[in-house]
Design a protein around this ligand. Structure first.
Ligand code: ATP
Ligand code: MG
Length: 568
């Protein structure tokens, strides 16, 4: 490929709409263009990288026993109604009607579709395990599409679904995918961590997110430096903190004027925040009120609350709903709440003694609260959000926190979808059983964006070699000089013959302009053909990542290119 024929409209200015570096650089490097919020065109450079990532994914999926298929993007609502997700998916689902008024959606994911295919054809355990995957556009009407390809409304995903005869089989398939994902992100040249993750609405057993470490990421992960524990902040388990034993004092209501927040009440009563109990009120998708309680210095982890009460979605409760169950916003505790209301209390709170909690009245609190004695029989669970320094649940060392980008996720689904859709098989003894499933996704565009977030400098992108749009760019310093251009052409041809993915920057632009573009686009290696090439027979090789340069003769430059590429 020659730059003169390449459609890569680079920009000098940083586009105002872009917040994160990958989005800015993809726009500036002429890789993508926006059509509407969360909808992008991939121009040739981006598409080359996408194809390379897809190829790596394909090779690893095939090596793990996956078979590639292509399912329709447009899916009938009937399937989604069978699992109940037609309602659950809510506004994130793009819905449409055909000319006969039948309802469809643009696939946000394909559990229903793939299970429906398998239920009609798989009959016997002899056909298992079965691993089917596709690489295809997905559609999610995200509330806040942003960060370019990182959170789009149309995005490319690889999704694989595994079908096994039992849980053990599912775990083997899961492990194969886990290992394949490790290979994929390693081959893409990324620094990442597999982290224990919450299952979310998708349901089922265990799950891991493959998180690319980058400050721009929307995920927060807690990890241990001493052992290999790592988990998303939504998932990170926390041990119960046991309080010192005290002599229990009788419960007492006290006036606490104007103390709507924990800080104010702690200050007013002159107690440490660790001695107070904080409340957060939610409502479920069925409008049921859920009151959650954690220690005053802790934060509530909404995902843990969701799991504890087995709801699908939570939102902040409105004041009227809180009052309807006997609560008073800003002064809440489980004491005096209407019977039958869902109350969830963090396990650490249940260990507290002589603490402060709301009295469900304006400007009043209880002191000497001892939850085990005073809170009745609430749901007790680990509800708190992990904080830096919390002890690792495996080894006790203080946890660290970092930000990352979820590039892929693997789930053990179990029989949730096969049961709902009636996907069964006959086992060795002829008994009918539901298929045991797993599902495994990778965001291809998000992986590309994550690679840029992790690999850039002030001049532009620094592609890992395996996913660079081109590995090497050959630049004649002055393409108007026929000898230079001819020499550059012959080097370009020679590199192509040697199997190098190479681009010739044959534009008759100033050298400075071309070098700037090369750095912006981020080709891993540049071969510069200047006057010295013509006069002395030497070319210059420059490594984008380190800035190192090497002067080589025309006879041995190829070996050096290969040597450098081998380690990039
Ligand atoms: P998130 O929590 O970031 O919304 P998710 O957990 O809903 O993502 P999955 O259903 O696990 O996403 O999808 C598999 C993969 O698809 C994700 O790991 C991610 O790489 C990618 N992905 C999901 N949503 C988007 C999106 N809106 N834009 C680009 N990639 C996405
Ligand atoms: Mg996910």
């Amino acid at each position: 490929m020659r730059t003169s024929q390449l459609y890569a409209p680079t920009l000098r200015e940083v586009p105002a709409e872009a917040e994160v570096i990958s989005h800015k650089l993809m726009l500036r490097a002429g890789m993508i263009r926006k059509a509407a919020g969360g909808l992008y065109t991939y121009l040739p450079l981006a598409w080359r990288t996408i194809k390379k990532i897809e190829q790596i994914i394909r090779e690893e999926m095939d090596a793990a026993g996956g078979q590639e298929i292509a399912m329709p993007i447009v899916q009938p609502s009937e399937l989604w109604k069978e699992t109940g997700r037609w309602e659950v998916y809510g506004d994130e689902m793009f819905r449409l009607n055909d000319r006969h008024g039948r309802e469809f959606c643009l696939g946000p994911t394909h559990e229903e579709m793939v299970t429906s295919i398998v239920r009609d054809e798989v009959r016997s355990y002899k056909q298992l395990p079965l691993l089917l995957y596709q690489i295809q556009n997905k559609y999610r009407d995200e509330i806040r599409p942003r960060f370019g390809l990182m959170r789009g409304r149309e995005f490319i995903m690889k999704d694989l679904y595994s079908f096994d005869k039992d849980e053990e089989g599912m775990r083997i398939s899961y492990k194969k995918m886990y290992d394949a994902y490790t290979n994929i992100f390693t081959r893409c040249g990324l620094k990442f961590r597999p982290v224990e993750a919450d299952n979310g609405a998708i349901g089922g057993g265990g799950s891991h997110e493959f998180t690319v470490l980058a400050d721009a990421g929307e995920s927060t992960i807690a990890y241990c430096e001493k052992c290999d524990y790592a988990a998303s902040d939504e998932k990170a388990e926390l041990k119960t903190i046991h309080s010192e034993t005290e002599a229990l004092l009788p419960l007492e209501k006290v006036a606490t004027p104007g103390t709507k927040t924990i800080a104010l009440v702690a200050d007013y009563l002159k107690v440490p925040v660790e001695k107070t109990i904080k409340a957060v009120a939610y409502q479920t998708e069925k409008d049921e009120v859920v009151l959650a309680f954690v220690r005053g210095d802790h934060e509530v982890n909404e995902v843990k609350v969701l799991n504890a009460v087995d709801a699908i979605a939570l939102r902040m409760a409105d004041e009227a709903a809180i009052r309807a169950v006997g609560g008073e916003p800003g002064f809440m505790s489980p004491i005096g709440i209407k019977k039958g209301t869902k109350i969830v209390v963090d396990a650490t709170v249940m260990e507290m003694q002589n603490a402060v909690a709301g009295a469900n009245e304006v400007d009043a609190h209880y002191i000497n609260v001892t939850p085990k004695r005073d809170f009745g029989e609430p749901i007790v669970a680990d509800l708190r959000l992990v904080q830096e320094g919390d002890p690792c649940p495996h080894c006790g060392a203080p946890l660290k926190m970092t930000r990352g980008i979820e590039a892929g996720q693997v789930f053990m689904l179990g029989t949730k979808y096969s049961k709902a859709l009636g996907a069964t098989f006959l086992d060795e003894s002829g008994k009918e059983k539901p298929l045991v499933m797993g599902c495994y996704g990778i965001g291809v565009g998000r992986t590309m964006a994550a690679a840029i977030e992790q690999n850039n400098d002030k001049d532009g992108v620094i592609w890992p070699k395996s996913i660079a749009p081109f590995e090497v760019v050959v630049v004649p310093v002055n393409a108007k000089v026929p000898e230079q251009l001819a020499l550059a052409e012959s080097i370009y041809e020679e590199l192509k013959k040697a199997g190098v993915d190479v681009l010739l920057d044959d534009r008759k632009e100033r050298a400075g302009v071309k070098f700037k573009d090369c750095d912006l686009i981020g080709y891993p290696l540049r071969v510069t053909v200047g006057p010295k090439a013509v006069e002395e027979g030497t070319v210059e090789l420059r490594v984008r990542k380190s800035g190192e340069t090497f002067v080589e003769t025309k006879d041995n430059y190829l070996a050096k290119v290969q040597e450098l590429l081998a380690v990039l």
